[in-house]
Design a protein around this ligand. Structure first.
Ligand SMILES: C[S@@+](CC[C@H](N)C(=O)[O-])C[C@H]1O[C@@H](n2cnc3c(N)ncnc32)[C@H](O)[C@@H]1O
Length: 411
């Protein structure tokens, strides 16, 4: 769609999957004399229209696949290049691959490509089962530090064996797509709060607590780690990830995967993307907030032999609004460089500090300064009624599925 067509689509949209369909609300306002339009409606829903099960890997602050799906299907055609500079679990590039677009995903955190790459070219379940059967799981092995608060000693032995197997395959340069898949699933299963994870009950899988805190959780819940068969759990999660794609689709994904690229660079300058090649950028940057990255990732980094100190230094965690804006200004210059004439940016940012700071309104002038034209702010608000006080709702506090996306285009 071009700019006028997209505008017409938004203003005439009536949701079909909701109990209370309403017309799009348009609000005109100004921020520092920059005119801004807001479009509010339920443009996509994460309830009825399920996304592909391949996306179901948890990641801190990930967006739902329906968000990139909306922009990819409206603003690009097959074979167009779609880019996410802050790729996370790879939601954008995986959705691009599923829709036969070409994708680039970048993230300074190497865990991002570990979680993304295998799902671009998923293996068959029997290949995963065969490979797991060949790995020697030695229950007597143990790690160099105390993991007994998370794992039964036999489970720990199996995890250490798998880590050793995967690391030696990659050191020898012989790991393949099946090893990468097993690494991705195991990384996702390390800790969590159900019996589907390797650990005893703990924080959700995108956060790992410290050994000390886990002790406290165990005492409070009067629990001891039970044995978990990691081979079975990896297979079970693999089946669930693969259930939404047919064999034909998986073959197609594999064919498309050769056009998909993963980068591990600072989003301010991603050297592997050529000038004016990207049709659409869909992304969600690190919000203005302090995320304790070290605490969240220590176990996943250990499992994948990633240097946590190194990563922590590179990751952008900005607590002041001025610094956040300066950082985003540099990012936008690179986004402008890579975007084609006629290309788009959909930049998802939320409200922070209990709704006091609306990052969407701050990012609008940043994109304009880099050279883009501001299209407007799309607010996807699920299941609200005409009488709801939509402007007063703080999406963080209310826990709704509201997304705020600042949209730009390049002429
Ligand atoms: C809000 S998350 C993106 C989540 C993603 N949309 C998804 O669905 O998983 C922001 C990401 O930015 C990455 N990041 C932080 N600083 C970065 C930088 N300077 N350059 C590139 N990526 C960075 C983090 O590792 C994190 O994965």
């Amino acid at each position: 769609m071009g700019v006028d067509e997209f505008y017409q689509f938004l203003i005439s949209h009536t949701p079909t999957h909701t109990d209370n369909p309403v017309e799009t609300i348009i609000e005109d306002f100004q921020v520092n004399s920059l005119p801004i339009k807001k479009f509010v409606n339920e443009f996509w829903t994460s309830r009825q229209r399920q996304s592909n099960s391949l996306h179901e890997i948890s990641y801190r602050a990930c967006f739902k696949a329906q968000l990139p799906n909306f922009f990819i299907t409206k603003l690009t055609s097959p074979e167009d290049l779609v880019y996410d500079p802050f790729g996370g679990r790879g939601t954008t590039i995986i959705e691009a691959n599923l829709r036969s677009r070409r994708g680039v995903s970048n993230d300074i955190n190497p865990l991002s490509s570990i979680l993304t790459k295998p799902r671009l070219a998923p293996p068959e379940i029997h290949e995963i089962a065969d490979r797991l059967n060949k790995i020697e799981f030695d229950k007597t092995k143990s790690s160099d530090f105390d993991l007994s608060m998370f794992y039964h000693k036999d489970t720990e032995g199996e995890i250490v064996s798998l880590r050793h197997y995967l690391n030696s395959r990659s050191d020898e340069g012989i790991s393949d797509t099946i090893d990468d898949w097993i690494r991705m699933v195991a990384t996702n299963r390390l800790t969590g709060h159900s019996k589907g994870f390797f650990s005893v009950y703990t924080l959700p899988p995108n956060q790992a607590t410290s050994q000390k805190n886990q002790h406290k959780i165990n005492i409070r819940r009067k629990q001891l780690p039970e044995y978990r068969n990691i081979k079975e759990l990896i297979l079970r999660k693999s089946s669930s990830l693969l259930k939404g794609t047919s064999k034909e689709q998986r073959l197609k994904l594999k064919e498309n995967a050769v056009y998909q690229r993963l980068c591990i660079e600072d989003a301010r300058h991603v050297s592997q993307i050529n000038d004016e090649t990207v049709k659409l950028i869909v992304t969600s940057p690190p919000f203005l907030d302090i995320v304790n990255y070290k605490d969240d990732n220590w176990l996943r980094c250990w499992f994948n032999s990633i240097d946590l100190e190194e990563i922590s230094k590179k990751l952008t965690v900005l607590s002041s609004l001025d610094k956040w804006i300066d950082f985003m200004q540099e990012v936008f210059l690179d986004l402008y460089r890579v975007t084609k004439i006629g290309g788009w940016v959909a930049f998802e940012v939320g409200e922070v500090r209990k709704g006091k700071i609306k990052l969407d309104e701050y990012i609008a002038p940043v994109g304009e300064k880099a050279g883009f034209n501001l299209f407007g702010i799309i607010i996807n608000k699920q299941n609200f009624t005409k009488t709801s006080n939509i402007w007063g709702i703080n999406n963080n506090e209310a826990g709704t599925n509201t997304n705020r996306i600042v949209v730009f285009y390049k002429e």
